[in-house]
Design a protein around this ligand. Sequence first.
Ligand SMILES: Cc1cc2nc3c(=O)[nH]c(=O)nc-3n(C[C@H](O)[C@H](O)[C@H](O)COP(=O)(O)OP(=O)(O)OC[C@H]3O[C@@H](n4cnc5c(N)ncnc54)[C@H](O)[C@@H]3O)c2cc1C
Length: 627
Amino acid sequence: MHVIVLVKQVPDVSNIPEDAWDREKGTLRRALLDSVLNPLDLHALSFAKMLTAGDPDAKTIYLTMGPPQAKDVLIDCLSRAPGEAVLLTDRAMGGADTPATAYALAQGVRRIERELLGGSREYLIVTGMQSVDGDTAQVPPQLAEDLDIDQIAYVQGVAFTPALTFRRIGATGIEDVIPATFPTLITVTACTDTLYSSFHATRASRKATIHTWNAADVAAAPTRIGIKGSRTTVYRIFSPSEDRAKTCEMITDPAQLMTKVKAKYRLATGGPAVHEEGAYALEGREAMYHGPFWVLAESEGDGVKTVSLEILGKTRELAQFLGEKVGVLLPAVSVSDELAADLIAHGADTVYAIEDPRLAEFNALRWKAAISALVLEHRPQVMLFGATPLGRELAPRIAYASDSGLTADCTKLEIGDFKANTAILKQTRPALGGNIMATIMTKDSPTQMATVRPGVFKIPPPDPTRKGEVVRIKPNLPDMPVSTVIPVESFTSKVSIRDAKILVSGGHGIRNRVDFDALLRPLADGLTALLGDDAKVAASRHAVEDGFTTHDYQVGQTGQTVAPRLYVAIGISGAVQHISGMQMSDTVIAINKDPRARIFNYADFGIVGDLETVVPALTRAAQEAAR
Ligand SMILES: Cc1cc2nc3c(=O)[nH]c(=O)nc-3n(C[C@H](O)[C@H](O)[C@H](O)COP(=O)(O)OP(=O)(O)OC[C@H]3O[C@@H](n4cnc5c(N)ncnc54)[C@H](O)[C@@H]3O)c2cc1C
């Protein structure tokens, strides 16, 4: 089996020099950052090596797109594991957003297949789960969409017998997936063996031939690459501190921290920390887009996911500013009248129940076919998805298939002015590893699409008197072989930490299960005594994977969304998937030995230090303050 490894050159966000910060604007001067191979692509390199090991005929081809200097990352790859390398470089490809990038890469893959793989279709395209600069994870599914191939996202492992099987984080749990056809695109989240370069391999890689192709070499249409082919544009870049709900106060004295926490806890309302936007009125301005606002809802049990209702509430508010209707799309085996009525009560004017037994399980190709047909027929002006594993895999495909602009992982949505007297959807998201915020707008495309982080918007109270219509649709699904999915572990939790008022949450920074229990439980007991509410213990996904506790206690995108009055994050880095599950917490304390850990961006109070000494000190302080 041949492997094409997609890699990207990115700014080194782990090592930001002081002068790279523009203190006045609060943004980063990107040109002053070192350029490195996207660290998440290192997993793809190791994974590719596992896939090709033992097969002397298997070829590994590294592919990247970028300026001529991007050649350096190909040399880096070749020094870690041998192969061939292709650089797509052309001034006209610069400034591309994700569909323009995916299109150019797809053209590159087609030429690789023809010329470097001799026409063979027996290959996998392997890449990291996202790039640390863009953080969108949109290029891989859009590339797969262009090539009309399947994608297996968030892969964590592989087995070769009895069939080639990938273990991955799926929409509802851990799954084993056996691809039905080749080529297939794999995005890799983790691979234990990092490949290092040897001195000799580094020397050899510098002499290796790198195929350098421009737009014409891969027959890329000039209108589909670079800025011309892009469907989104960055409107504004600004500092996260302007947008941040929290400014972290660093504290060194545990007793002082407990005094402050006690005072804040008394005042806490328990309500979510959400971005509330002001009202908007057209008042003589023109709307730049026309048509309904749509939401893709995701089923969960007999209802829909919390995030779907959060987005629906926000969509209702935005649509009202422009006097437009709200549609909710719900793909399922069947949609009950009660569920449709509930969606109407939560803000839908029309519920499109897309019903087919083959929609019981999520399959990106089938779901895309069913939904993009409706998008092309009705052309909503806005379509929003949850930034869930399903939404992040599906939305890029639907956007690509319907030629729509797409912004990933939005934390703020507002109708605002664009140029003179036109109203548009402004989509704000963190970028560059959370170091900057970017407001993005859709251009040259009929539909503005975005994925929205769970836990950002409040669910408005339902109004059972609202009226709406239910449209039942039998989708025309393509008859195609689909990959076999075998569930391994379900994400449905038996224990609820959702209602806890105080959560003491531990991460991978805690070294073992014994410490996890020995450190967290006493602190939880101390806080219970101090604050008078029952404190529970929770965990990050990494801590669950380490075996410190079970998935029932996991907070985050694939765990539970919590909104306690106090959340204590211990040895947790603050990955986006964790933050999305706890950002509604009222007061957050972060304990981390790394002063630059992202978790501090979401904390009210922080202690920088070794958790092994900080946590017992905090426990003692809580016990003493409780006396
Ligand atoms: C599709 C998908 C879904 C996901 N869903 C979730 C989810 O629901 N929930 C979730 O949490 N993650 C989720 N993840 C994983 C997520 O990306 C991160 O990998 C995970 O949150 C990291 O966990 P962590 O912060 O415990 O570990 P790490 O990122 O390894 O961080 C450990 C932290 O501990 C600190 N530390 C180390 N030693 C000490 C010490 N002695 N004292 C103090 N600090 C110390 C380090 O500085 C570091 O910041 C998901 C990923 C994917 C791809």
